[in-house]
Ligand binder design. Structure first.
Ligand code: PLP
Length: 369
């Protein structure tokens, strides 16, 4: 007779071995729970300016085609990306966010027991998806809060299958340069896949950022990941893309869900990647607001990590959960560092001037409690 309960042993051990991903709190939830009228979210590295007006126009028209399945091959979107990046269309693969593609990469490449090397503090989905496939997670401590790519490469063994280079690294925001990358590339065997996760690429202000696309012809084991969720302001639509050797892409395409990228995401992303002016505006605004926040943290004597992305990791030298709770009650959602592997720190996404001022005012209050 059934007891009406599930037995743990019927679930794959790999699933029992992972935790549910903790996302940034949605604004609606905080308003509901705390009875607040105004809540700002600086927790998930979204674009506070939203998407391009041209994209909004395209989205309105797309409503008319809602009843149809989307193009399973995302042809027009891949064409637009390939044109922009000057690569072949068959080198592009698309998914419901680069999150989906991180899973696809693990599903396609990782055999049980194979190693996946990543920073000790980096994007959590590399670990989750490695474990899901029965792979072994190898974490390398950061060096002065930056990804230590030398030490990561030193750790490669015959069992290593994937090395995750998150650049700029989430949640720390720091980046490694072309020179630093050049120093390690020659030591990575062809059997190891190099993932260049460039989710924040469009925000980078440092001229020494690596030109990974140029490296692709020489490194067929390199896979670049980018997304429309950040600078393009389309996080809710879920669209990310990868660039890799055409042969490898064929295998990824076998694993990606047929309709992973919905029609709204396809049309919006294709229009977004063509709007250079809007991207420039987003980049400039983020740069200006980043400097504004850096100056404010200096004035408050709060150490921070020099970010090349649209978020900043700040050392509050205290209980980050307490600060998080205080800010939440004052209508500002941020990420407490303990959730990201850095207790004593908080990560804030760079907002508009209005949002940043509101955050700083609340933070001053929080630090006095
Ligand atoms: C480094 C990095 N990679 C990938 C992603 C996934 O983004 P999305 O699935 O929205 O494309 C994120 C999201 O925060 C990220 O920070």
């Amino acid at each position: 007779m059934s007891t009406g309960t599930l037995r743990d042993y019927s679930i794959r051990p790999e699933v029992l071995n992972i935790e549910k991903y903790v996302a940034g709190k949605p604004i609606s939830e905080v308003k509901r729970d705390l009875g607040l009228d105004e809540v700002i979210k600086l927790a998930s590295n979204e674009n506070p300016l939203g998407c391009s007006p041209k994209v909004k126009e395209v989205l309105k028209k797309t409503i008319e085609e809602s009843a149809l399945y989307p193009d399973a091959s995302s042809y027009e979107l891949k064409k637009a990306i390939a044109k922009k990046l000057k690569v072949e269309q068959n080198q592009i693969f698309c998914g419901a966010g680069s999150d989906s593609l991180i899973r696809v990469i693990c599903q396609t490449l990782l055999n049980p027991g194979e190693e996946s090397i990543m920073g000790e503090v980096t994007f959590a989905r590399y670990e989750d998806n490695t474990k899901l496939m029965g792979g072994t997670v190898v974490k390398i401590p950061l060096k002065d809060n930056f990804l230590d790519i030398e030490a990561m490469v030193d750790r490669i063994t015959p069992k290593t299958k994937i090395i995750w280079f998150c650049n700029p690294n989430n949640p720390t925001g720091g980046m490694f340069t072309q020179k630093e990358l050049d120093r390690v590339l020659g030591r990575i065997p062809e059997s190891v896949y190099i993932i260049m996760d460039e989710a924040y690429y469009e925000y980078v202000t440092d001229g020494d950022y690596p030109d990974s696309i140029k490296l692709l012809p020489e490194y067929p084991n390199m896979i670049i990941l980018r997304t429309f969720s950040k600078a393009y302001g389309l996080a809710s639509l879920r669209c990310g893309y990868g660039i890799a050797h055409g042969e490898l892409v064929q295998y990824f395409n076998r694993v990606i869900n047929a309709f992973d990228v919905n029609l709204f995401a396809q049309t919006a992303a294709a229009a977004a990647i063509e709007d250079d002016d809007y991207l420039k505006l987003v980049h400039e605004s983020n740069k200006k607001e980043k400097e504004y926040l850096f100056d404010a943290f200096k004035d408050m004597n709060l150490p921070y990590i020099h970010s090349n992305a649209n978020f900043i990791m700040v050392n509050i030298n205290g209980d980050d959960m307490k600060i998080f709770d205080y800010l939440l009650k004052h209508g500002v959602i941020i990420r407490p560092g303990f959730l990201l592997g850095m207790p004593g720190w908080i990560r804030i996404s760079i907002g508009t001037r209005y949002q940043n001022e509101k955050f700083l005012k609340a933070l001053e209050g929080a630090l006095q409690v």
